[in-house]
Design a protein around this ligand. Structure first.
Ligand SMILES: C[C@](O)(CO)[C@H](O)COP(=O)(O)OP(=O)(O)OC[C@H]1O[C@@H](n2ccc(N)nc2=O)[C@H](O)[C@@H]1O
Ligand SMILES: Nc1ncnc2c1ncn2[C@@H]1O[C@H](COP(=O)(O)OP(=O)(O)OP(=O)(O)O)[C@@H](O)[C@H]1O
Length: 305
C-alpha cells in the first residue's frame, strides 16, 4: 500500500502555559502544503522501517530506522489494538522523504499518519476516520491533522481539530535550514523566555480566521503569527536574517513554521513565489528553498498491489 501524506505549516500558533503533563495548550491553524512524503507498507517476514531521500534516493540523516521511528510505532499501535479484527502481521515500511526532518513541518507525524492509513488498508481493517484519528492522537499532537489535511483549527494539545473552509490556493516559499530544531527544546525555550519577562504574544486566532475566507494574500500574510517564533529565533538567531531576506524579496507574510527552523513565506501568486524563491536561494540565509502551495489533502492511498 502506497500512501501520500502532506507537510504542514502553522498559519497561527498561540501557546498557553506549561501543563502538568508536560504539554502546552495550543490554539493553532494548521495548513497542509504540497510537500509530500510517501510511505509504502508491505507484508514481510519481519517488521522493518527504511527511509530514503525523495530527491536522491540516499539515506536521510536524523530519521531513526529502528523502533523509535514514528511510522513503525503507528503500525505497532494498530496491530496491538486491532489484532483480533483483521489479519495483522509484520510489515516492511519504506518512507520516501521529501518533508524536511526536524523542520517544524510535522514530517515524522505525517509518516505516522500514513502508516496508519497504509496498515489499515493492508490488513483490511474497517476503521472510521474518527477511529483512525483516535489512534493518531495517541502517537503525537500533530498526527491527526496529517490524516485530514486542508486547513483546520487545532486546540487542546493541537490534536482536537475543526476544519476551516478556505479553498483559495495560497502560494508559499519555504526556507529550509541546514540543521533541525528539537520540538521539546523550542517549547522549553519559550517557557524560559516567558519566565524571564513575557515576550509579546500573537494576536487572537480570530484575526487569521477572518482573513482566510477573503483569499487575499496580503490580508492573510499580515495575520500570520507564531508564539514559538521568538523561541526558535532565540535558539537560532540567524533565522532573523532568513525572515528579513524573504520579506525583502517580496513575500507578503512570513512566519516560522511550528517549532521551526523552516521559515514559510506567503507570496501574492505563483510568479511572485518563483521570484522570492530565486532571491532567497541566492541570499545565503538557508540551506534549501522550496516552492509549495496549499491547502493539500491529508494522507491518501495512491496505490496498492
Ligand atoms: C509545534 C507543533 O508542530 C505545532 O503544530 C506541535 O505542537 C508539535 O507536535 P508534535 O511534534 O506532534 O508533538 P509531540 O510529539 O506530541 O510532542 C513533542 C514534545 O513537544 C512538546 N509539546 C508538544 C505539543 C504541545 N501542545 N505542547 C508541548 O509542549 C512537549 O515537550 C512534547 O513532549
Ligand atoms: N518518520 C520519521 N521522520 C522524521 N523524523 C522522525 C520519524 N520518526 C521519528 N522521528 C524523530 O522525530 C524527530 C522530529 O522529526 P520531525 O521531522 O517530525 O520534526 P518536526 O517536523 O519538527 O516535528 P513537528 O513539526 O511535528 O514538531 C526527528 O529528529 C527524529 O528523531
Amino acid at each position: 500500500m502506497r500512501v501520500r501524506v502532506p507537510a504542514k505549516v502553522n498559519l497561527h500558533l498561540s501557546v498557553g502555559d506549561l501543563r502538568p503533563d508536560g504539554y502546552h495548550d495550543l490554539v493553532t491553524v494548521f495548513h497542509a502544503v504540497d510537500v509530500f512524503d510517501e510511505v509504502v507498507v508491505s507484508a514481510a517476514p519481519r517488521s522493518s522501517v527504511r527511509t530514503v531521500d525523495g530527491a536522491g534516493g540516499g539515506a536521510v540523516p536524523g530519521v531513526p530506522a529502528g523502533p523509535r521511528n514514528l511510522a513503525g510505532a503507528a503500525a505497532r499501535l494498530l496491530a496491538k489494538e486491532c489484532g483480533r479484527s483483521g489479519s495483522t502481521g509484520p510489515v516492511a515500511i519504506e518512507i520516501i522523504k521529501n518533508i524536511p526532518v526536524a523542520g517544524g513541518m510535522a514530517g515524522g507525524s505525517a509518516d505516522a499518519a500514513a502508516a496508519l492509513v497504509g496498515c489499515a488498508a493492508l490488513w483490511g481493517l474497517d476503521l472510521t476516520r474518527d477511529q483512525l484519528a483516535e489512534f493518531a492522537r495517541r502517537l503525537g499532537a500533530d498526527v491527526p491533522f496529517a490524516l485530514t489535511g486542508g486547513t483546520a483549527v487545532g486546540t487542546g494539545r493541537g490534536d482536537l481539530l475543526s476544519p476551516v473552509l478556505a479553498r483559495t490556493p495560497l502560494h508559499w516559499v519555504l526556507a529550509v535550514a541546514g540543521e533541525g530544531l528539537s520540538t521539546p527544546e523550542v517549547f522549553a525555550e519559550l517557557d524560559r523566555l516567558r519566565a524571564a519577562g513575557d515576550p509579546p504574544r500573537v494576536a487572537p486566532v480570530q484575526e487569521i480566521l477572518a482573513a482566510l475566507p477573503s483569499g487575499d494574500p496580503v490580508r492573510i500574510g499580515a495575520a500570520l503569527g507564531n508564539d514559538l517564533q521568538a523561541a526558535a529565533v532565540s535558539l537560532r538567531p540567524e533565522l532573523r536574517r532568513t525572515l528579513r531576506a524573504g520579506r525583502a524579496a517580496g513575500a507578503v507574510g512570513s512566519v516560522v513554521s511550528g517549532s521551526g527552523p523552516t521559515c514559510a513565506f506567503l507570496c501574492p501568486g505563483p510568479d511572485a513565489a518563483a521570484d522570492v524563491a530565486a532571491e532567497l536561494a541566492g541570499s545565503g540565509t538557508c540551506r534549501a528553498v522550496r516552492i509549495a502551495s496549499g491547502p493539500a489533502p491529508g494522507a491518501r492511498l495512491v496505490g496498492s498491489g
